[in-house]
Design a protein. Structure first.
Length: 394
């Protein structure tokens, strides 16, 4: 069986998770032929852990280890790369790989600002023969897939309101101190919106569509000694006049994860991993116009939608990536879709910085210029990098 020769650029927290998944036999069509990391400790980690996590079904030898991602890309050892480095470098390595005829899987977020991501997409479009994927592993969750399918089918009619309270991203001060790039404008480009919430922002727009207006309020370093946002409240409006809210933080414990979509014909409620559907009979617009009851309401029919498929997460995204390259299969998420959730994130920041409602698509030049001001005044951190187990953190 032909296998995809993959190079992993960055074997920190999430990169090492991919490394273990592949060596552990979860991605049978992929073989790691090269890895790259600037940190000597992580290169040593690969040497030490390769024999420890290698499964009997994994037949490949130790991958070649590089200091720099550019060296890996130029090595001729890989068919594809997986980019798992700090956010600012995602578009850079993707562009360099495309120029060398290499397929790309990019970790979230697609980048820090949309202008940067547009350059990445433009280069990808020059190489239609290359596969470009985004690591939106939450799209493999059967709960969110079902929500997407129900809304896309139109069986509940128009969306009237969306709300997502996602506050179970608790992070300690030690987490933020575990890397000199974390929680700085110069190193990460943002806080909870850029690190923890790209998955939810992607799902929000994937299921409900992009809003056309955003008004956000943020607190920077409210719960931690950091310079970026760790508390966000956002209101939005959609093209059909529906409204939405998105609230997130890394300061609440245990926190909440509740996603509601209210439609003319009923409401979908996802509370952590449980999905319920409340159908209305008749739909609210018809009932409101025809009822003769002063305090009446439509009949509410509670359902638990039947979920399909497994929650394959990161391994599932990589398996689809390999299948797309080797067999012409379908990606979980095309890399070009990464700009959508980032547009919402950038809009939230811009709204708060300007203290007003902003339209989407945003003024991308203005956002870039204001971000550069933040970067110029960013705190210079010195910290010994600490890597931890990411299991259950996404």
């Amino acid at each position: 069986m032909r296998k995809l020769k993959l190079g992993i650029i960055g074997v920190g927290n999430i990169g090492s998770t991919h490394f273990k998944n592949i060596l552990g036999g979860k991605c049978p069509e992929i073989v790691i032929t090269a890895v790259a990391d600037r940190r000597e400790a992580r290169r040593e980690w690969v040497l030490e852990n390769f024999p420890k996590v290698k499964a009997e079904t994994y037949e490949a030898d130790m991958p070649v280890i590089f200091n720099e991602g550019d060296e890996l890309i130029a090595s001729g050892l890989v068919d594809a790369i997986l980019i798992a480095v700090p956010h600012y470098f995602h578009p850079y390595f993707a562009i360099e790989a495309f120029k060398k005829g290499i397929h790309v899987m990019c970790e979230k977020p697609a980048g820090v600002y949309t202008l940067q991501v547009r350059e990445m997409i433009a280069e990808a479009d020059k190489h239609p023969d290359l596969v470009f994927g985004m690591m939106f592993n939450q799209r493999t969750n059967p709960v969110y897939r079902k929500m997407h399918d129900i809304i896309a089918s139109g069986e509940l009619g128009q969306i009237r309101r969306t709300s997502w309270l996602i506050t179970d991203w608790y992070r300690s001060q030690y987490y933020y101190d575990s890397g000199d790039w974390r929680a700085t404008w110069s190193g990460e480009g943002g806080g909870v919106l850029l690190n923890q919430c790209p998955h939810q922002l992607d799902l929000w727009q994937w299921i409900c569509g992009l809003p056309v207006k955003v008004h956000a309020k943020m607190k920077y370093g409210k719960w931690h000694d950091i310079e970026v946002e760790d508390d966000v409240s956002c209101w939005c409006e959609y093209a059909n006049g529906a409204t939405g809210i998105f609230i997130t933080t890394t300061g609440d414990c245990p926190g909440t994860n509740r996603f509601e979509i209210v439609c003319d014909g009923g409401t979908l409620v996802c509370d952590k991993s449980t999905l319920k559907l409340y159908r209305l009979n008749p739909w609210e617009p018809e009932y409101s116009k025809t009822t003769q009851k002063v305090f009446g309401r439509p009949e509410i029919i509670e359902e638990i939608p039947e979920l399909e498929g497994e929650n394959t997460q990161h391994a599932g995204v990589l398996n689809a990536f390999a299948d797309a390259i080797l067999n012409g299969g379908k990606l979980v998420a095309d890399g070009r879709e990464g700009i959508n959730g980032l547009m919402v994130s950038n809009a939230m920041h811009l709204s708060d910085w300007l203290n007003k409602e902003v339209d989407l698509p945003i003024d991308e030049e203005l956002y870039y210029n204001l971000l550069q001001d933040k970067i110029a005044n960013s705190r210079k951190k010195t910290a010994d990098a600490v890597d931890g187990d990411t299991e259950g953190s996404y």
